[in-house]
Design a protein around this ligand. Structure first.
Ligand SMILES: [Cu+2]
Length: 164
């Protein structure tokens, strides 16, 4: 019976993982922010990436200029890019422009928030409050869903499989 039960468990897990997610959506003025997430920090790492999608539904450009959270000493906005075949990362000192009618995605391998001087380890399943600051829309607080160490994209949270 055991192999059958295991197969059933895997099938159930797969069903939960592939179910459509009701995305977390936070509004700040004309901006709509969806699916903010981060990754678990293994072995006492003091740095983590923050990822999310920002859509500008207004008629004027805005700019992501910073962020803060109690869990991190510092939050920077970074860009990752290939430079002569080497992956490099640099802070965007003037922030990240969010043009009207456009959607900007912060994702692994591209733009990201750099969460630095972490005061607590990020654990899979945690929700970490983070405040973003925009030039026009002002400050908005959301919560980062912490995914597994190697995650490349946010997981679905519809099935509640990450709840403790
Ligand atoms: Cu970075």
């Amino acid at each position: 019976m055991k192999p059958v039960l295991q197969a059933f468990a895997f099938a159930t897990l797969f069903a939960l993982l592939s179910a459509p997610a009701p995305a977390q959506e936070v509004k700040a003025g004309d901006l709509v922010i969806t699916q903010p997430w981060s990754r678990a920090t293994p072995g006492g790492a003091k740095i983590a990436g923050g990822f999310l999608t920002i859509e500008n539904k207004g008629a004027a450009p805005d700019r992501l200029i910073g962020g803060s959270g109690d869990f991190a000493g510092k939050v920077e906005i970074h860009e990752m890019a290939m430079n002569n075949g080497v992956m490099t990362m640099r802070p965007l000192d003037k922030g990240l422009p969010i043009e009207p009618g456009k959607t900007v995605k912060l994702a692994p391998g591209g733009y990201h928030l750099m969460l630095m001087d972490l005061k607590i380890p990020l654990k899979q399943g945690d929700k970490v409050p983070l405040t973003l600051e925009f030039e026009k829309a002002g400050k908005v607080t959301l919560s980062l869903d912490v995914e597994g160490v190697g995650a490349q994209a946010p997981a679905d949270h519809s099935g509640g499989h990450m709840k403790k």
